[in-house]
Design a binder for this molecule. Structure first.
Ligand code: CUA
Length: 149
């Protein structure tokens, strides 16, 4: 039985490995943008992260966040109500969470990847952003806020 169990495990791992490498089942192969975590701050978008208005529309924005131990930058963002915002988040150190309470935004901020999610904010109010991936001693204090005005 041990031989059978071990063989089955080996088979599954081989299938998983082949699928990941040749099937394109990796985040980068799925079209998620990559970034060198050691050079996040050298990237113009994440040097001073925050809200950037689209050149083509008055209602479209990009919003850049850096999640690092143990804070988000920016620590608070004001968004005009009715805006469609594409949120981009990355981490220069370890895996963090990026949950915007009361919305559908709930991403992981992973070193090496830029996670994105687009949504329209139709109502005024405040949304707490919190880290829901345990990242170290300051995990519980890691918050930011979206203020829809
Ligand atoms: Cu960052 Cu938990």
């Amino acid at each position: 039985w041990i031989t059978l169990g071990t063989s089955a495990l080996a088979l599954f791992l081989i299938i998983l490995g082949i699928s990941a490498v040749h099937g394109g089942h990796t985040p980068a192969a799925s079209g998620i943008e990559t970034i060198n975590p050691e050079h996040v701050r050298d990237d113009a978008r994440f040097k001073e992260p925050g809200l950037v208005k689209s050149k083509s529309s008055d209602h479209d924005y990009d919003l850049y966040f850096v999640a690092s131990a143990f804070m988000y930058e920016p620590g608070e963002v004001e968004i005009p109500v009715g805006s469609t915002v594409k949120v981009h988040v990355t981490s220069p150190d370890v895996v963090h969470g990026f949950q915007v309470v009361g919305t559908n935004i709930n991403m992981m901020a992973e070193p090496g990847l830029i996670s994105t999610y687009e949504m329209t904010f139709d109502e005024t109010g405040e949304h707490l952003i919190l880290c829901n991936e345990y990242c170290g001693v300051g995990h519980a204090d890691m918050t930011s806020k979206l203020i829809i005005v």
